[in-house]
Design a binder for this molecule. Structure first.
Ligand SMILES: [Zn+2]
Length: 233
């Protein structure tokens, strides 16, 4: 016997799942869910063809009836490759080849296109980390990938991207500083509300006085935190 056609296909549940995923992953072509709801559970829905729509995304032509009518559905290559394959033979027989899914037990997965965010901050970050020798200003962490350049006065509150509006803090302490669990007084004393791994009582300052945190910004920042805390009470 000779194979004359090989196609990937959806069952109704698989089509529903891929369509949900396309919605969730904000792809441009999805199928009207009502249309899928009205499809028979006992049929299979061939992918008639596809094209490489975008990097890592395929646009599928999904056959939705035996008249050859189709709907367009965008999907990731991984999801397409997880679809079962049906091979038709010239004697009227066929075989089905189920594919391994990326996650076991029918677990769903999410795929998104990773778009690199525009790092307007990169120069600020570089300058602040340099001023603080890549070390958190309140603890000993000095692994650059764990160090953030924290704005004292947030950009949305009018804080500039200057070194004196920045402090190098590790990820934990940056969050603590942002929400006011960790505060820095205008004379550079470090105060914490809980034990969050800060042993220092005074901020480690940059070598150059020009880069010291600006006291006005610290004062404003502390006022904003106090006001925010009061509004929760
Ligand atoms: Zn730290």
């Amino acid at each position: 016997m000779k194979k004359f056609e090989e196609l990937r296909f959806f069952s109704k549940p698989l089509l529903k799942e891929a369509n949900y995923a396309a919605h969730r992953e904000k792809r441009s072509k999805c199928i009207n869910p009502e249309l899928i709801e009205n499809l028979s559970l006992n049929s299979i829905y061939h992918v008639l063809k596809f094209w490489y729509h975008k990097k890592n995304e395929l646009r599928l032509f999904v056959e939705i009836n035996d008249k050859g009518e189709f709907e367009l559905l965008d999907t990731s290559i991984t999801r397409y490759e997880s679809l079962p394959i049906i091979r038709y033979f010239d004697n009227g027989k066929y075989e089905i080849d189920f594919q391994k899914r990326p996650y076991p037990n029918g677990r769903e997965w999410q795929e998104t296109e990773i778009k690199k965010p525009v790092r307007k901050q990169s120069k600020f970050r570089k300058n602040v980390l340099e001023a603080y020798s890549n070390c958190c200003a309140v603890c000993d962490i000095n692994q650059p990938s764990l160090i953030r350049a924290a704005h004292i006065l947030n950009v949305k509150d009018g804080g500039p991207d200057t070194i004196n509006n920045g402090i190098a803090l590790c990820v934990n302490h940056e969050i603590a500083f942002d929400i006011g669990i960790l505060t820095i007084t205008t004379d550079y004393k470090v105060k914490t509300k809980n034990d969050i791994g800060v042993q220092l009582q005074k901020l480690k300052l940059p070598k150059s006085k020009n880069y010291y945190p600006n006291k006005e910004y610290l004062k404003k920042k502390n006022e904003i935190i106090t006001a925010a805390n009061n509004s929760y009470k």
